[in-house]
Write a protein that binds this ligand. Structure first.
Ligand SMILES: *Cc1c(COP(=O)(O)O)cnc(C)c1O
Length: 379
């Protein structure tokens, strides 16, 4: 299976015809428990918090797509991130890219810090900042690339290279998906996803995933998945597995549409700055071309008219629905300052009030640009 190309893996990895019926799609095994032939004599499944066949198929598919040995599915992206941080002990130190997802910052800052974990936020777009933040207690380096919402990139291989032995590098690959970059191939230790976004791809399920190569890390995470219990139900696993099958086609079109929209926005004087890794004006355009197969579907832009203009604009689009989240087939628009990133408002990593974030969907490009053009008249 691992010899296949990503497009083939998206469709076939993890999925075997059902042994009893031949069903080509893995069924939704909507069951909590499994009948045993004799005490402790079972077919690999005892209880669905521990394992469920629909989840097993999804986990195998996720691992194959990321080019990893082991995949684990969780009830949400946050549950997946939380499981990784539970590998650490009180006093352990984590270096975090400073433009992380608001919910990640909230988990680290308001929940895990209470349990004695320490965090330092640095601009990870320059690996030297990561190196300078290393301490003897450092156990984990946490990066998103591109980041949410400022689309800063981190050179994964460079950070993996500078991490001392015993310091794990975890990459939140939600914005890229394995179709655009595979962090394990660049020597990261842990890949994490909110499968709610591109992997599921249809805005109909919340989920998370972790993929690793190291058997020891896998076994600890597998233990935590069962011991803590933030597992996804079989129907959610089925929906995510179904979404994966078109991931390659979707990521291609997301990227094509986003590049055209980024160019349209960059030419419009309502915007002071347009941030998109596929634009030559992006400070890390060269790294994006080297590290990513395509620049992805997310664009951020700062409106010249600031907070008021941003609020008017995001309220005026029709096809671009005003909503949190991203990565679905439909286009979304949001105002990070008052929505997804409100939890960072009083912190050092607060976002610009004039910032607007686009999750470019798969609609016809002309319809999308017409929608933006009309909405811009309201600004
Ligand atoms: C959405 C998101 C998360 C959190 O995932 P949930 O599925 O909402 O819990 C984590 N990281 C990034 C980059 C995200 O966009």
């Amino acid at each position: 299976m691992t010899d296949y190309r990503p497009e083939t893996l998206a469709i076939h990895a993890g999925v075997e015809p059902d042994p009893t019926t031949g069903a080509i799609m893995t069924p939704i095994y909507q069951t909590s428990t499994y009948v045993q032939a004799a005490p402790a004599e079972h077919q690999g499944y005892e209880y669905s918090r521990t394992d469920n066949p629909t989840r097993t198929a999804l986990q195998a598919a996720l691992a194959a797509l990321e080019g990893g040995s082991y995949g684990l599915a969780f009830a949400s992206g946050m549950a997946a991130i939380d499981a990784i941080l539970r590998l650490l002990n009180p006093g352990d130190h984590t270096i975090v890219g400073d433009d992380v997802y608001g919910g990640t910052f909230r988990l680290f800052d308001q929940v895990l810090a209470r349990y004695g974990l320490q965090f330092t936020y640095v601009d990870a777009s320059d690996p030297a900042n990561v190196r300078a933040a290393l301490r003897p207690e450092t156990k984990l380096i946490w990066v998103e690339t591109p980041t949410n919402p400022l689309l800063k990139l981190t050179d994964i291989a460079a950070v993996a290279d500078l991490a001392p032995d015993g310091v794990w590098v975890a990459v939140d690959n939600t914005f890229s998906s394995p179709m655009l970059q595979r962090p394990l191939d660049r020597s990261a230790d842990i890949v994490v996803h909110s499968t709610t976004k591109y992997l599921g791809g249809h805005s109909d399920v919340v989920g998370g995933a972790v993929v690793v190569n190291d058997q020891g890390i896998y076994e600890e995470l597998k233990f935590l998945q069962n011991a803590v219990g933030a597992v996804p139900g079989p129907q959610d696993c089925f929906l995510t597995l179904r979404g994966l099958k078109t991931l390659h086609l979707r990521m291609e079109r997301h990227s094509e549409n986003a590049l055209q929209i980024a160019r349209f926005l960059a030419d419009h004087d309502a915007f002071a700055q347009v941030i998109y890794p596929g634009l030559e004006s992006h400070p890390q355009h060269e790294l994006a071309s080297r590290q990513m197969r395509a620049p992805g579907g997310m664009i951020s832009a700062i409106m010249a008219g600031g907070d008021a203009a941003a609020r008017r604009f995001v309220s005026a689009t029709r096809l671009f629905a005003l909503a949190e989240s991203l990565g679905g087939v439909e286009s979304l628009i949001e105002h990070p300052y008052s929505m997804t990133h409100a939890s960072t408002a009083e912190s050092d990593i607060a976002v610009d009030p004039g910032l607007v974030r686009f999750s470019v969907g798969l609609e016809h490009i002309d319809d999308l640009i017409a929608d933006l053009r009309t909405a811009l008249k309201e600004v």
